[in-house]
Design a protein around this ligand. Structure first.
Ligand code: SF4
Length: 459
C-alpha cells in the first residue's frame, strides 16, 4: 500500500501552478485586510471583545458537562429530540436512522464542517441517500467531487472561469460564460428545485445556548433557512464545544465571527432555532468525536474555543501558498493542524510542521487561542511519541548540534557559502527540498559575525 501523501508533497502539487498560488495568496490576504479594517472601525475595543470571548469560552470548557446537560434539558422542553454521538460513526448512523424513519432518500444540507469531519456525505451516499449541499461554495466543490479547501470559503481555490465550465457541464449554463450573475442565478434555480422537493434538511450549529436550549446558524445566503423552513424534519449537528452559557453572550461572538471571517459587520442571516414547527421534527445531534480527549490534553484544550471563522487560515503564509487541500483534513490551516493530530497522530503528524510559527494566526484569532504555541507543543509531543519520520528527526538533531556549538556553526557556515559559490549543484539539486520551487540566494562573501567584527566591534 502506498503511503498517504503528506503536506510537503500536496503543497508541491499546488505550487506547480504558480499563477494560481499568487492569486490564492493575494485573495486571502485581501480578506485578511478586510478583517483588519472591520476590527479597527468597531466602536468597542476589539481587544476587550476578544478577551471577553476567550473568558466566556474558558468558563464553558471548565463546566462543559453542566452546560451541555442544561442545554439538553431545555432543548427537550422546547420539543427537540436530542441525540448524543461519541464519534463520527455514531453521528452518521444517527443521521441515517432519522432519514430512514422519515422515509427520506434525499436531503438538503447547509454548511457544516462537523459533517465534513465525519464524512457524512460519503456515508449517506453509500446508503442510498442523495445529499445536496446548498451553500453555493459547498455545492461547487460537491459538483467537482472534492472536499472544501477552506472552512468559510470552501471553493476559494476555484477561479470563476473554472466554475463556468463546471456549471456548463452540470447545470447547462452556456459554454465559456463565467459571468458571476449568470452563474449564481443558475445555482439559485437549480437549488430552488432541491429545496422544494426535500423533506429533510440538515444544518450545522454556530452557537448553542445552554440557558434557552436554542441554537444559532449563521449564513450569508439564507440557504439554511430555506432548507429548514420547507422541510418536515430539521437535523442540527453540533460539536459539543459549540455551547455558550447565555443568550447575552451571543453579542460578543456574533460581533467577532463575521468581522474575523470576511470583514463583514455581521453575517447576513443569524437565525435562531428553538422549537419545531407544529407537525415537524427538530433533531439535535451532539457530537464528541475526540473533543473530550482534546479537553483532557492540557496544552491543547483551548483549541476547543475555536468558532471556525477562518481568520487564522487567511493570514497564514503557509496556508495561502500551499492551499487547503494540502492539509488532507476537513479543517485546514493552523487550527486544523492542531485539531487533526488529536484524532490521529500518525496520519496527521506532518501538519504541525506546516507552519512558520510566526504567530500571525494567534494575533488574529478572535478567541485568543495561542495557535502557534500549540503547534510548537505538538511538534514536541509528536517527536516524543515517535511519530516524526527518521529523516526529520536526524535533521533536527544535526541542527541542534550545529546551533549549540558556535565553532561548528561558524565552520558549517563557511563551508556552506563556499559550496554555494563553487559547486552550487551540490546544494541546488532536487534532493534539497528548499531548492524546489524557490530561487536560492546568492552566497554572501562573509558571515554577519565577520562583518560585525570588522565594522562594529571597536565602536
Ligand atoms: S482558531 Fe481562531 S482564527 Fe482560527 S478559525 Fe478558530 S477562531 Fe478563527
Amino acid at each position: 500500500m502506498s503511503a498517504i501523501p503528506k503536506h510537503p508533497e500536496l503543497s508541491q502539487r499546488f505550487n506547480a501552478d504558480e499563477p494560481r498560488v499568487d492569486w490564492h495568496d493575494a485573495t486571502l490576504w485581501w480578506i485578511r485586510e478586510k478583517r483588519d479594517k472591520a476590527a479597527h472601525t468597531l466602536s468597542e475595543d476589539w481587544e476587550a471583545l476578544r478577551a471577553a470571548a476567550s473568558a466566556i469560552k474558558d468558563n464553558v470548557l471548565g463546566n462543559l458537562v453542566d452546560y451541555l446537560t442544561e442545554f439538553e434539558r431545555k432543548a427537550i422542553a422546547n420539543g427537540a429530540i436530542v441525540h448524543w454521538a461519541a464519534d463520527a460513526a455514531e453521528h452518521n448512523r444517527i443521521v441515517l436512522s432519522i432519514l430512514q424513519e422519515a422515509g427520506a432518500q434525499r436531503m438538503v444540507k447547509s454548511k457544516s464542517m462537523l459533517t465534513e469531519e465525519c464524512h457524512l456525505n460519503e456515508f449517506l451516499g453509500e446508503n442510498g441517500i442523495d445529499v445536496v449541499d446548498t451553500d453555493l461554495g459547498e455545492r461547487i466543490v460537491q459538483l467537482a467531487d472534492e472536499p472544501p479547501s477552506h472552512i468559510v470559503m470552501p471553493c476559494i481555490h476555484w477561479k470563476k472561469e473554472e466554475i463556468g465550465e463546471l456549471f456548463h457541464e452540470h447545470l447547462g449554463t452556456p459554454k465559456g460564460n463565467a459571468d458571476p450573475q449568470l452563474l449564481t442565478e443558475a445555482a439559485r434555480q437549480h437549488l430552488r428545485d432541491k429545496f422544494l422537493t426535500r423533506k429533510v434538511a440538515l444544518t450545522g450549529v454556530n452557537f448553542a445556548i445552554a440557558e434557552t436550549g436554542e441554537f444559532v446558524v449563521c449564513t450569508n445566503e439564507g440557504n439554511a433557512d430555506m432548507g429548514v423552513h420547507l422541510a418536515d424534519v430539521h437535523i442540527a449537528c453540533m460539536g459539543i464545544e459549540k455551547i455558550v452559557p447565555r443568550r447575552e453572550h451571543l453579542g460578543v461572538f456574533l460581533r467577532l465571527l463575521a468581522r474575523s471571517a470576511t470583514g463583514q459587520p455581521i453575517t447576513t442571516y443569524s437565525s435562531h432555532f428553538k422549537s419545531p414547527r407544529a407537525g415537524a421534527q427538530l433533531h439535535i445531534v451532539l457530537v464528541d468525536n475526540g473533543r473530550s480527549q482534546q479537553l483532557g490534553r492540557e496544552a491543547f484544550r483551548n483549541s476547543l474555543k475555536c468558532i471556525r471563522c477562518g481568520a487564522c487560515m487567511n493570514t497564514c503564509p503557509v496556508y495561502r501558498r500551499s492551499g487547503g487541500h494540502s492539509y488532507h483534513n476537513a479543517v485546514a490551516g493552523p487550527i486544523g493542524a492542531i485539531l487533526a493530530p488529536n484524532l490521529d497522530m500518525s496520519k496527521y503528524s506532518d501538519l504541525p510542521f506546516a507552519s512558520t510559527l510566526c504567530g500571525s494566526c494567534s494575533n488574529v484569532c478572535p478567541v485568543k487561542i495561542n495557535i502557534h504555541e500549540q503547534l510548537y507543543e505538538w511538534r514536541q509531543e509528536l517527536t516524543r511519541q515517535g511519530k516524526v519520520d527518521f529523516g526529520k528527526k536526524m535533521a533536527l538533531k544535526v541542527m541542534s548540534t550545529v546551533l549549540s556549538n558556535p565553532g561548528v556553526y561558524r565552520s558549517m557556515g563557511k563551508m556552506g557559502r563556499w559550496a554555494l559559490r563553487n559547486i552550487p549543484g551540490m546544494v541546488n539539486n532536487s534532493m534539497n527540498p528548499w531548492f524546489k520551487q524557490r530561487e536560492m540566494p546568492e552566497a554572501p562573501q562573509e558571515s554577519f559575525r565577520e562583518w560585525y567584527l570588522k565594522n562594529r566591534k571597536q565602536s
